[in-house]
Design a protein around this ligand. Structure first.
Ligand code: FEO
Length: 400
C-alpha cells in the first residue's frame, strides 16, 4: 500500500512498480517506475485524478478501500494512455456512479482503447472548472505532451498542478516528494529525452500557457512529486530551448576493429580539442543513455561498418530512433569502414529527414584505417571544433 497525504484531503493512491524494466516493449526502465493516482476529497464530491496500469489495478483499489472511500464522483483522465487509464473500467465497476471527466479528444480515445460507454463521460474544455466543495479542479488543455489529447488539472485552492506524463520520471522511489535532486534530474531528463523530446515546440507552447499560473506543487503521474516546481520547470525550459552544448555523440558498432579504431582515434582527437565526447557502443548501450545525450549535444557522428550493402542493423535502428526523437542537433557526420562497396552513407542520411542539420563531410575508409585516413578524422574534428566555435559553445559545461 502506498497511500500518502499531499495536503489535507489530497492523497497519493498510486502504485510503485519497482521491478518493471521495459516500457512500450522499447524503453529501458533502469529505475522502475510508478503510476501516480491522486484522490481529491472535497466537502461535497470526490475525484480521482488518473488511475494506474491495468496490471496493477488491484493495488489501486486496495488503496481506495483502505481509505474507506465509499463514493467517487469523478475520474479525471488527463491522458488516455493505458498506464494511467487502464484501471478506469475497474474503478467504474466499483463506483458505478462515477463519471469520467476529460476533454473530447481524450473521451474518443478512451472509448476506443477501453471500450467505455459514451454516457459515462463529462467532457470539459480549456479553462473549465469543477467544484468539489472547498476544492476546485480546473482543466488546462495541453495537447501533444505526448499524445494529442493530453491535459493538466489544476487544484486552485492548493496551487497543485497535476500534469500526468509531463514533468514525469520513470523512477520508483519510496519518497513521495523529490529528495535526491541529482537522481530525479537524471530520471526526468531520461523521460524527457525518450517521451517528450519529439514535441519540443509544443512543450514550449504549453510552458508558456502555464507561465503565470501560481504553482506550489507539480504532481506528475510517474515519479516523485515536485514540492519546488522551479526545479523541473527550469530544467524543461533549458531542454526545450535552442541552446546546444559543446558535445559530440557517437553511436557506433565495430565488428572486426576497423570502425573501432576510427572511433577510438576520433574520440581522442575531439578530447584534445576540448570537445566533450559521448561514445555509445550500440551492442552494449542502454538506448535511454543515448537519448539523454541527444538532449543537449550540438553534433552527432554515426560510426558503422558495412554489412552486405549497408550499415550494421544496430546502427540503422539507432539512427531511426535519433530521427524520430528529433533532437536539436546542429551537425551530423558519418564515419566507418567497408570491405568492397555498399551504400552506407545514403542509407544513414536517408533516415535523418526529421533533423534540421548540416551534414559534415564523412570519413569512410576501405578496410583498416591508414595514416591518411586518421588525418581525415583530424580534419573532421577540426571542422566540428570550428562549427562549435561559430555557435559560441566551446566551453564544456555541466548538465546539472
Ligand atoms: Fe505514462 Fe503516456 O503514459
Amino acid at each position: 500500500m502506498t497511500i500518502r497525504e499531499l495536503k489535507p484531503g489530497i492523497y497519493y493512491v498510486g502504485v510503485i512498480d519497482w521491478d518493471r524494466r521495459l516500457f512500450d516493449e522499447l524503453i529501458p526502465l533502469p529505475n522502475g517506475t510508478s503510476y501516480n493516482a491522486y484522490l481529491v476529497m472535497g466537502s461535497e464530491k470526490v475525484a480521482i485524478i488518473d488511475t494506474v496500469d491495468s496490471a496493477r489495478r488491484e493495488e489501486l483499489i486496495g488503496n481506495l478501500q483502505r481509505l474507506k472511500i465509499e463514493r467517487i464522483d469523478y475520474v479525471v483522465a488527463n491522458h488516455a494512455e493505458q498506464d494511467h487509464s487502464g484501471a478506469i473500467p475497474t474503478v467504474l465497476e466499483l463506483y458505478p456512479e462515477a463519471k469520467i471527466v476529460t476533454n473530447m479528444r481524450c473521451k474518443d480515445m478512451l472509448i476506443d482503447l477501453l471500450q467505455v460507454s459514451s454516457d459515462k463521460f463529462i467532457t470539459v474544455n480549456d479553462g473549465d472548472s469543477l467544484p468539489l466543495g472547498g476544492k476546485t479542479l480546473e482543466f488546462i488543455l495541453a495537447p501533444w505532451v505526448h499524445w494529442p489529447e493530453t491535459m493538466f488539472t489544476y487544484l486552485r485552492e492548493y496551487s497543485i498542478l497535476f500534469t500526468c506524463d509531463f514533468f514525469g520520471s520513470h523512477l520508483a522511489a519510496s519518497d513521495l516528494f523529490v529528495v535526491d535532486d541529482v537522481k530525479v534530474y537524471e530520471a526526468a531528463k531520461r523521460y524527457y529525452a525518450e517521451i517528450m523530446m519529439p514535441f519540443r515546440m509544443m512543450i514550449r507552447k504549453n510552458l508558456e500557457k502555464i507561465k503565470n499560473l501560481e504553482i506550489e506543487m507539480v504532481a506528475p503521474s510517474h515519479g516523485p512529486v515536485y514540492s519546488k516546481p522551479e526545479f523541473i520547470l527550469n530544467a524543461y525550459r533549458e531542454w526545450v530551448s535552442d541552446n546546444v552544448r559543446n558535445e559530440v555523440v557517437i553511436p557506433y558498432i565495430s565488428m572486426h576493429g576497423s570502425t573501432g579504431k576510427m572511433v577510438s582515434y576520433f574520440v581522442n582527437a575531439l578530447i584534445e580539442r576540448g570537445v566533450t565526447v559521448k561514445p555509445f557502443n550500440l551492442s552494449k548501450t542502454d538506448i535511454g543513455e543515448l537519448a539523454i545525450a541527444l538532449v543537449d549535444a550540438a553534433t552527432i557522428v554515426v560510426a558503422s561498418p558495412t554489412v552486405l550493402t549497408g550499415p550494421h542493423p544496430n546502427v540503422l535502428y539507432a539512427v531511426y530512433l535519433v530521427n524520430i526523437l528529433k533532437p536539436k542537433l546542429k551537425y551530423v557526420s558519418i564515419i566507418g569502414s567497408y570491405g568492397w562497396g555498399g551504400r552506407m552513407l545514403e542509407q544513414i542520411t536517408g533516415l535523418l529527414t526529421n533533423l534540421q542539420v548540416e551534414f559534415l563531410k564523412p570519413v569512410i575508409v576501405k578496410g583498416y584505417p591508414r595514416v591518411e585516413d586518421l588525418k581525415e578524422l583530424d580534419r573532421l574534428a577540426d571542422e566540428i571544433l570550428r562549427k562549435h566555435r561559430e555557435l559560441g559553445i566551446t566551453t564544456a559545461s555541466s548538465s546539472f
